[in-house]
Design a protein around this ligand. Structure first.
Ligand SMILES: NC(=O)c1ccc[n+]([C@@H]2O[C@H](COP(=O)([O-])OP(=O)(O)OC[C@H]3O[C@@H](n4cnc5c(N)ncnc54)[C@H](O)[C@@H]3O)[C@@H](O)[C@H]2O)c1
Ligand SMILES: O=C(O)[C@H](O)[C@H](O)COP(=O)(O)O
Length: 383
């Protein structure tokens, strides 16, 4: 059995070598010639999987080690009887950590007494948005959650209108990129909605670049009363508009979900689906391959203030400003023609990042408030 796989899927050998021969190819430039003799195709988000790629092949199973599936023509696969698996939720905690890191830095930028004074509008409450809402709610943030598709299914859940979510101090997008259906999200943040955001608001996009009309965003950000913006995803990436980037507060190259747990978890989920498809036993678990985190423990004494301790722990685990400064140095400072390759290289060579849940927090005589904050942030508590 021949397995053609994106070379950037971690632990390919460890998970798949017992199942078949692995051919590694570049996900970004994969062609139909690369997959013609394949039985199984494993991708990440940078490969367009459709008729053009697969119609001359004998592929019977496609797995994407990602949450997003907008790069896959799922309807066409179904029409051809090709099995499909993705990795729902695999890196959701990583994206939530990213957003919390942004919020911690933003509250400081605004010289706020307490970060929970920020109201947060969450647009899209699936694996990522729902987990973010849970953590923010436990921390005491005022949140508005908008999700029309879920609201249609769960009318009693108390979802908020898009209007209300867009009125919050921070608006964070967690929808898939969709073009059709009752609630398409492409350019959900269009010129008109962007115009309604004011300078004391922050827009965060970690969903897909196309959920925001990036041309409209670039011109909106040139206005004197522009909102602040954090972008992890870019319409047309790996190309990044230098004009847009120069107007964005924090920027990263689509790495919000790049925790080690998230990446390895994605591989594990498609491995499990492939085993199921082939009727094979599931022998491998991601835990077998995870090294101890570099930062295993943080200790706080009873004199620690809950807010300061939380900020310190968040930033010790993941400080989004480091990725922002690398992005500026390694991608934006290059000539335009070299930026797309640098964007991909920064993703390929991304350093090991661990989720908050991998770090133990030791509280020596810690107050109840400290315990609650760290629990809400999903650190491991050690009393
Ligand atoms: N930047 C990254 O590294 C990264 C990592 C993981 C996921 N993502 C992206 O984030 C998206 C969200 O991830 P997820 O795991 O939560 O997906 P999900 O499918 O679990 O949830 C998406 C939610 O959005 C809702 N939704 C759909 N259309 C909507 C609309 N018009 N308005 C409001 N809500 C709408 C859905 O009902 C669903 O509840 C993914 O599709 C993926 O594209 C990015
Ligand atoms: O959809 C996802 O899971 C994320 O966007 C993921 O982080 C994408 O990473 P990529 O496949 O581009 O490496």
């Amino acid at each position: 059995m021949l397995i053609v796989a994106d070379e950037n899927i971690p632990l390919l050998d460890q998970f798949f070598e017992e199942i078949g021969t692995i051919r590694r190819v570049s996900g970004r430039t994969m062609t139909s010639a690369d997959v013609r003799d394949a039985d199984v195709l494993l991708v990440r988000s940078v490969t367009r999987v459709d008729r053009q790629l697969l119609e001359d092949s004998r592929v019977k199973f496609v797995g994407t080690a990602t949450i997003g599936t907008d790069h896959v023509d799922v309807a066409w696969l179904e029409s051809q009887g090709i099995a499909f698996a993705c990795a729902p939720g695999c890196n959701a905690a990583s994206v939530v950590d990213y957003v919390l890191s942004v919020l911690s830095v933003y509250a400081e930028k605004r010289a706020m007494e307490g970060w929970t004074d920020l109201s947060v509008g969450i647009v899209g409450a699936g694996n990522v948005g729902r987990r973010l809402a849970t953590r923010l709610d436990k921390l005491g943030f005022d949140i508005k959650v908008n999700d029309p598709p879920r609201e249609a299914e769960e009318p009693d859940e108390g979802f908020d209108s898009l209007e209300d979510a867009l009125g919050c101090d921070v608006v964070t997008l967690h929808t898939p990129l969709t073009r059709y259906g009752n609630h398409p999200t492409r350019h959900l943040m269009n010129a008109e909605r962007l115009r309604r955001l004011n300078p004391s608001q922050l827009l965060i996009n970690t969903s897909r670049g196309g959920v925001v009309d990036c041309e409209a965003l670039s011109s909106r950000l040139a206005d004197a009363d522009a909102p602040q913006v954090v972008l992890d995803v870019w319409e047309g990436e790996p190309q990044v508009s230098a004009e847009l980037a120069s107007r964005v507060w924090l920027m990263t190259p689509h790495i919000a979900g790049y925790s080690l747990e998230g990446k390895v978890g994605g591989t594990e989920m498609i491995y499990q689906s492939l085993c199921h498809f082939l009727g094979l036993p599931v022998r491998k678990k991601s835990g077998q391959f995870m090294a101890d985190p570099a930062l295993s423990k943080l200790s706080f004494t009873s004199s620690a203030n809950a807010r300061d301790a939380a900020q310190l722990a968040i930033r010790a685990c993941y400080d989004v400003r480091r990725d922002d400064s690398r992005f500026r140095r390694w991608v934006l400072e290059l000539p335009e023609g070299e930026r797309a390759a640098a964007f991909d290289a920064m993703r390929r060579d991304y350093p090991v990042r661990r989720e908050f849940s991998s770090t133990k927090i030791q509280l020596k005589g810690g107050a109840k408030e400290l315990q609650q904050v760290f629990k809400a942030l999903e650190f491991k508590l050690k009393l």
